[in-house]
Design a protein around this ligand. Structure first.
Ligand code: SF4
Length: 183
C-alpha cells in the first residue's frame, strides 16, 4: 500500500474517531494535511474554531503566521505536513487533558511513522511535553532533540507569537536555526 493511501486510510479513521469525549463537541476532526513524503512535520496543540469548522489544520490567524514563517525559511505550506497533538477541538480551546492526549497520541505516532520526516517541529508547550517530555519552553525553544531515531525541533506556538512580539521574534530566530538543518 502506498504511503498516501496509508495516510488517507488513517485520516478516515480519525474523522470517525470516538475514543475520547471531544468527539461529542467537535464539528469536524482535523487529521492534518500535507504530502505523505514531507521532510518536515509541524505539530501544534489542537484545532481551534476555524479548524473545527473547516476540518483543516492551522487555517486561522495562527495558521497565517505559521504559513508566513514556513515561507520565510524557503519552504511552502504545500510541501510540509501540518497537524496537532489532538485531532478534535477542546471546547472553548481549553488545554487538552492527559486522557485526551493519551487517547489521541497513537494517531500522531502513526502519522510520523508513515511520513518518516527528517524533522518533527513541536509548536508550543503541549506539543513538546506530549512528545519529548517536560521542558521549560524558554529553555527548549530553538533546540533539536533526538530520541527513538527521530529528530524533534522545539519552538513556540504561533498563537503565543501573535500575542507577544518578543516571542514572535524568538520564533523567527528558531526557524532560522531549523532551516540550517534542512539544507
Ligand atoms: S481528540 Fe483524538 S482521540 Fe479524541 S475523539 Fe478526536 S481523534 Fe479521537
Amino acid at each position: 500500500m502506498t504511503r498516501n493511501k496509508q495516510l488517507e486510510d488513517l485520516h478516515e479513521v480519525i474523522r470517525n474517531c470516538t475514543l475520547c469525549p471531544l468527539h461529542e463537541t467537535r464539528i469536524n476532526a482535523v487529521p492534518g494535511e500535507g504530502p505523505a513524503t514531507s521532510r518536515v512535520m509541524f505539530v501544534g496543540e489542537a484545532p481551534g474554531a476555524r479548524e473545527d469548522e473547516s476540518g483543516r489544520p492551522f487555517v486561522g490567524k495562527s495558521g497565517e503566521l505559521l504559513t508566513s514563517m514556513i515561507q520565510e525559511i524557503g519552504l511552502s505550506r504545500e510541501t510540509v505536513f501540518i497537524t496537532s497533538i489532538l485531532k478534535s477541538r477542546p471546547p472553548k480551546n481549553r488545554t487538552p487533558t492527559q486522557f485526551e492526549i493519551s487517547a489521541c497520541r497513537p494517531y500522531l505516532e502513526r502519522q510520523i511513522e508513515i511520513i518518516n520526516p527528517k524533522v518533527v517541529v513541536l509548536l508550543g508547550g503541549v506539543a513538546i511535553s506530549s512528545l519529548v517530555g517536560p521542558w521549560k519552553l524558554s529553555e527548549a525553544h530553538g533546540r533539536f532533540y533526538e530520541t527513538d531515531n527521530r529528530t524533534y525541533f522545539m519552538t513556540y506556538h504561533p498563537a503565543a507569537a501573535l500575542r507577544i512580539p518578543k516571542v514572535k521574534k524568538s520564533m523567527q530566530e528558531d526557524f532560522q536555526i531549523l532551516s540550517q538543518e534542512l539544507v
